[in-house]
Design a protein around this ligand. Structure first.
Ligand SMILES: [Zn+2]
Length: 242
């Protein structure tokens, strides 16, 4: 495979899913990275669980939070950040991720849209509160944490099943895809909404489209020009020449 030249594309969009984080040694919880791609969603990740048993929801996420405090970016995450570093001025690489592990930011990627939020952050659960989400490595609680500004409960800064994506994330993804000339989906089949729409948008913009995943799309997704089958942490460094 001929590596991509950092000067060849002006606006690259990478959509990442659970497959890029496997090599980071994350335990294969449904929930870290892959939650929203799974058919069977865990009971605790639903909005209803937050409403009926918020402490139970916090504690259900505790082992994942704990694991996230120890994992490091994979060779795939690092390759994306290193490639971005090598791009000439005026060229951009945007990462849109379905993962909640925060590993693209940890690797050094500068333009990251976390579609489903970040499990390493918490925020005030009140819509009316102006306090910002914050880095939070607390794992479990005996009593529910509350917001120092307004007194409402604090919650993990992630999108639970049954909730909408944040307006900022949706808008950010749309803006990133505008005029994109190379689209790479990595570690995801890209078949689940809203990701499925991203490759179509990229194609509509005239971008070259590449899938990097363990398995081929089935049925074949005609929106991808190329499919590279294998592990993200091996194929991405090769593809990006870093
Ligand atoms: Zn608040």
């Amino acid at each position: 495979m001929k590596p991509i030249d950092p000067r060849a594309y002006r606006k690259i969009v990478v959509l990442s899913g659970a497959g890029i984080s496997v090599a980071s040694g994350l335990p294969t919880y449904r929930g870290v990275g892959g939650l929203w791609q799974d058919d069977e969603l865990p009971r605790f990740a639903q909005t209803s669980a937050w409403r009926t048993d918020p402490l139970g929801l916090w504690n259900a996420f505790a082992p994942m939070r704990d694991a996230l405090s120890r994992v490091r970016p994979s060779a795939g995450h690092l390759a994306l950040a290193a490639f971005e570093e090598r791009q000439p001025a005026g060229h951009e690489l945007h990462v849109i991720t379905q993962n909640v592990d925060g590993l693209h930011g940890a690797a050094g990627s500068r333009r990251v849209i976390e579609l489903h939020g970040n499990l390493r952050r918490s925020r005030c659960a009140s819509e009316r509160c102006a306090s910002a989400p914050f880095e939070d490595d607390r794992a479990s609680f005996e009593r529910l944490p509350t917001c120092p500004t307004c007194g409402a409960l604090q919650r993990p800064d992630i999108v639970l099943f049954g909730e909408s994506l944040s307006v900022a994330a949706e808008h950010g993804a749309k803006r990133a895809l505008r005029d994109c000339d190379l689209f790479i989906a990595v570690g995801t089949s890209g078949l689940v909404s809203p990701a499925a729409g991203f490759v179509r948008s990229a194609k509509y913009e005239g971008a070259r489209t590449i899938l990097v995943n363990l398995e081929p799309t089935d049925p074949a997704n005609a929106y991808f020009d190329d499919e590279l089958l294998g592990r993200a942490e091996l194929l991405l460094p090769e593809l990006l020449g870093v």
